[in-house]
Design a protein around this ligand. Structure first.
Ligand code: FMN
Length: 385
């Protein structure tokens, strides 16, 4: 085989093995999360700050908010502290473009941050009232979305999910089944009456799982063929570890469970063209399929209406699922493809007989897996207005 051909065959193999899922997923080959070393420890500092240290109460609550799950690790937020009130702004520039044309994922991400802040506030002895009216107008109102009004409820508090804020991760790996019935886990999520219009459905039978695998399959194929969405998603992909840690945002292969060899190869050799290549896209399809197939339990977050307020509340729900799962030692991964694509939605609607007043907003995989390393976060000073 000529040298050039040999090189490109090897390249193709690596790219397929990499399996970067561009709605925020980087999964990969079996292996463990054994091999991370940090070049920029400051990018992970907030994950270790389990006490407020030199920060004020409200600064600390904001910092805990920044540890939330968020689409593509765009961290699309900024915060204004005004007395006992925290205003959450969507940072409109930190978007995924054609992969999130209605800014639905952006608003869910803001919901995730708000939920973390409620937990941190509870830990510090504050009750929180949330006004989410701004979620309907934020794109034309400078990003102003949501207001958290804090009030002292006790001198010292405790929130059962507080330790989970720091251990929560998105886990992109095959999952083993839960050791107990999911109903026990569902009970951890408690009463959802403060999230009106949001419902959860739990899917674990073979028939249900097969339907979701099919929805993932058709939607991921559609996504990698959609040039606009694919390009805008890949804009948040960080090829080298140093780029990821210096920018302190975006998605990369380094927190996933790909083999050390694949990580090293991407770090050293992957080019921008590689990311857009058919092989890379095929890797994404393969990984999505493989992860969907190794999912013992799915949670579907649904809403009565497809409105910005529902997207924000769905985000809060997503973060609750993460935190409850983390507290129980379970792994979670949202999979955005099916609910963001018309082909995926059609498949879900058909399989689950959904009515028009039941909008699937997110699917999450739940199971057991090793805990991955954390993803970087921007520093607090850069998100405070
Ligand atoms: C609205 C939303 C959509 C997401 N979609 C996906 C997805 O499709 N695939 C995935 O692997 N992760 C997804 N994530 C997880 C993010 O990529 C992840 O939270 C982010 O990269 C930060 O990493 P961390 O959760 O480990 O802190 C999503 C998160 C949110 C809030």
């Amino acid at each position: 085989m000529p040298d050039v051909e040999r090189v490109s065959t090897t390249r193709r193999k690596f790219l397929i093995g990499t399996g970067v899922m561009t709605t925020g997923v980087i999964a990969g080959l079996a292996g463990g999360f054994h091999n991370y070393h940090w070049e920029e420890p400051s990018a992970y500092q907030a994950w270790t700050q389990i006490e407020k240290g030199g920060l004020t109460d409200l600064e600390y609550i904001v910092q805990c908010g920044t540890l939330a799950a968020n689409a593509h690790n765009t961290q699309p937020w900024s915060f204004s502290i005004q007395g006992l009130r925290i205003v959450l702004f969507a940072d409109l520039n930190r978007n995924i473009g054609r992969a999130d044309p209605r800014r639905r994922l952006m608003l869910m991400s803001i919901g995730c941050a708000a939920e973390n802040m409620v937990v941190a506030a509870g830990q510090l002895g504050y009750a929180v009232r949330i006004d989410d009216a701004g979620s309907a107008t934020f794109p034309v109102d400078g990003g102003r979305c949501v207001v958290l009004e804090l009030s002292r409820s006790s001198d010292s508090g405790r929130h059962p999910w507080f330790p989970a804020l720091f251990r929560r991760r998105t886990t992109r790996a095959p999952f083993a089944p839960l050791p107990m019935p999911y109903r026990d886990f569902a009970a951890q999520l408690g009463n959802l009456s403060d999230l009106p219009g949001i419902q959860l459905r739990w899917h674990e039978t073979n028939l249900e799982r097969a339907a979701i695998i099919k929805a993932v399959n058709v939607s991921v194929r559609g996504f990698v063929e959609d040039e606009g969405a694919y390009h805008d998603g890949m804009a948040w992909f960080r090829r080298s570890r140093s780029e990821w840690e210096q920018r302190r945002d975006g998605i990369s292969i380094f927190g996933g469970d790909a083999s050390l060899l694949v990580k090293e190869w991407v770090d050293l050799f992957a080019s921008e063209d590689d990311l857009l290549s058919p092989a890379f896209r095929q890797g994404e399809v393969d990984v999505a399929q493989r992860l969907a197939e190794t999912t013992p339990l799915w949670i579907m977050v649904r809403a009565d209406m497809d409105t910005p307020g529902a997207w924000f509340r769905a985000g809060r729900m997503i973060e609750r699922i993460y935190l409850a799962a983390t507290a129980e030692g379970y792994a979670v991964q949202p999979i955005t493809y099916p609910t963001e694509s018309s082909a995926g939605l059609a498949e879900l609607t058909r399989a689950f007989g959904l009515e028009s007043r039941s909008v699937p907003l997110m699917l999450l995989r739940v199971g057991r897996a090793a805990i991955p390393s954390p993803s970087p976060r921007r520093e607090l000073a850069s998100v405070l207005l």
